[in-house]
Write a protein that binds this ligand. Structure first.
Ligand code: HEM
Length: 466
């Protein structure tokens, strides 16, 4: 892709006509939208094959043997890594590259940087998955994959935290400093939350690198020991993904759901409680950890005012009208996840309850939020397209909710030995969830395949052409 940046760089050396400015800007936007679609498409492939397919395979094996430990931990961890880093992580990087420079009014990023981060991240996550499912050369591949993932993130972080562009200063000069200060204040809380989430991701990747090097030198197999894995899971879910979702919720939900203004400081308290919970889990203090995580999510919901009467009607144009309900359902799942964590920490041999808590968080909260918000924002980000089908969106969200309900309940009943018949519901839940993620992927791929509406030229350029 060298042609486009070169043209843009050359074009800044002389004054451009309005038509040239329009053409350069719109070519850049198109290139960036294509790159976003590449990131999202890559995330969807990770979600479908290395993620969901392997997850379903694992669950079918577990339910047929009626034993949670009948599947190799390396396969389970490969599935988890593909979902968390391959699917949601790739989505976050793509959306971040696309939206943060615009929101911060930065100079346009060099597209080569976005490509480089995509290449390093995709190869890193793929190698990690391969070293789990097929332990060929895993001692070398594991640390290499961790280094590649960290390098991709550092490129991303350096790019989106760079200096703001000239446009802000120009705006400030013309419209008065108050406007700049006001916008900065408006951005502050959600930006701080996204920064906290980025720190969580950085810590996750550093711990992942340390653990990979340790395993490669000392380990007997590529999987993390169960005790460490459980703590690491808290870091990669509550410590990074959940906080990103809060940040994007604070930015978008007041607009999309017509909510009353965010209680910004309260949201920052929620992040502090959540971080304390993650730290407590990492030091092995599980009971305190889950209580803090529950307090954090309840505080976050209060700060977002999700369950208060809205100030304005929700904006559901282009998505299914049930969108606001599913966003609220997702947050209820996060509370359920934390509450199940408290139960699991209080009783011995609670493998099934921990599994149900993890599933309520990853599928109930995270996947539902990605399904709901993703289908709301991604069509517009990918060149002002329209979502292919709002009905498919609804069916996918409904199936995901039903599948998750069945899975969370049957995992507790079967794994904890409360009801033997629940072993046979597990495969049903897996197939329902797999159908949901497949429909979600079809809807997004079909949206990207649609022709975007053509951009209309600005009035001044049309006049200058005549
Ligand atoms: C069709 C949907 C899915 C199925 C059938 C599935 C299946 C499984 C199974 C069988 C396990 C092993 C632990 C247990 O028995 O509970 C597991 C663990 C896990 N899953 Fe899933 N899963 C699905 C979706 C997801 C999604 C959407 C995410 C993340 C967004 C996810 C993240 C994880 C993680 C992080 C683990 C723990 C890995 C570890 O122990 O290191 N799963 N999943």
């Amino acid at each position: 892709m060298p042609a486009l940046p070169t043209r843009i760089e050359q074009s800044t050396e002389r004054d451009l006509t309005p038509l040239e400015v329009f053409e350069v800007t719109s070519a850049r936007e198109t290139a960036l939208s294509r790159l976003l679609m590449l990131y999202i498409g890559t995330g969807l492939i990770f979600m479908l094959l290395p993620g969901t397919f392997l997850g379903v395979w694992n669950l079918l094996a577990i339910s047929s043997h009626r034993a949670a430990d009948s599947v190799s931990p390396a396969w389970i961890q490969a599935h988890g890594h593909a979902q968390i880093f391959g699917w949601i992580g790739t989505f976050i990087l793509g959306i971040g590259f696309f939206s943060i420079p615009k929101l911060r009014r930065m100079e346009p990023l060099a597209l080569s940087v976005v490509w480089a981060a995509w290449g390093l991240w995709t190869v890193g996550v793929s190698l990690r998955w391969l070293s789990g499912v097929c332990p060929w050369q895993w001692r070398a591949l594991l640390p290499v994959s961790a280094v590649l993932e960290l390098a991709a993130f550092l490129i991303f972080f350096r790019s989106v935290s760079g200096h703001r562009g000239q446009s802000l200063e120009k705006d400030g000069a013309s419209a008065g400093n108050e406007r700049v200060t006001e916008e900065k204040a408006k951005l502050d809380e959600w930006v701080l939350v996204v920064i906290a989430a980025s720190v969580g991701l950085l810590l996750t990747l550093l711990v992942n690198l340390g653990a990979s090097v340790f395993l490669s030198v000392q380990g007997a197999s590529p999987d993390l020991p169960a005790n460490f894995d459980q703590r690491f899971l808290v870091l990669e879910t509550w410590g990074f993904l959940v906080v990103f979702v809060w940040g994007f919720s604070a930015k978008w939900l007041p607009i999309f759901l017509g909510l009353r203004s965010l209680r910004g400081k309260t949201l920052l308290c929620a992040v502090a409680l959540n971080s304390a919970g993650v730290l407590a889990a990492f030091t092995g203090w599980m009971t305190a950890a889950v209580v803090l995580l529950l307090a954090g999510i309840i505080t976050a919901i209060y700060s977002l005012r999700l369950f208060e009467p809205p100030a304005r009607p929700a904006k559901v144009k282009g998505v299914h009208a049930s969108f606001p309900i599913f966003v609220r359902v997702a947050y209820i799942w996060a509370v359920v996840a934390a509450a199940l964590g408290i139960w699991a920490a209080a009783v011995p041999n609670s493998h099934g309850i921990w599994g149900a808590s993890r599933h309520a968080l990853t599928v109930g909260f995270l996947a539902t939020m990605v399904f709901a918000i993703g289908q709301r924002v991604l069509p517009a980000f990918s060149g002002m397209r329209l979502l292919f089908s709002t009905k498919l969106m609804f069916i996918a969200l409904l199936l995901l909710t039903i599948g998750c309900l069945l899975r969370v309940s049957s995992e507790i009943l079967a794994y904890q030995g409360f009801a033997r018949s629940a072993w046979s519901w597990l495969p049903v839940s897996a197939v329902i969830e797999m159908t949901a993620v497949t429909l979600f992927a079809i809807n997004l791929f079909a949206t990207f395949a649609r022709r975007p509406p053509s951009r209309s030229r600005p009035r001044s350029t049309m006049t200058s052409r005549r």
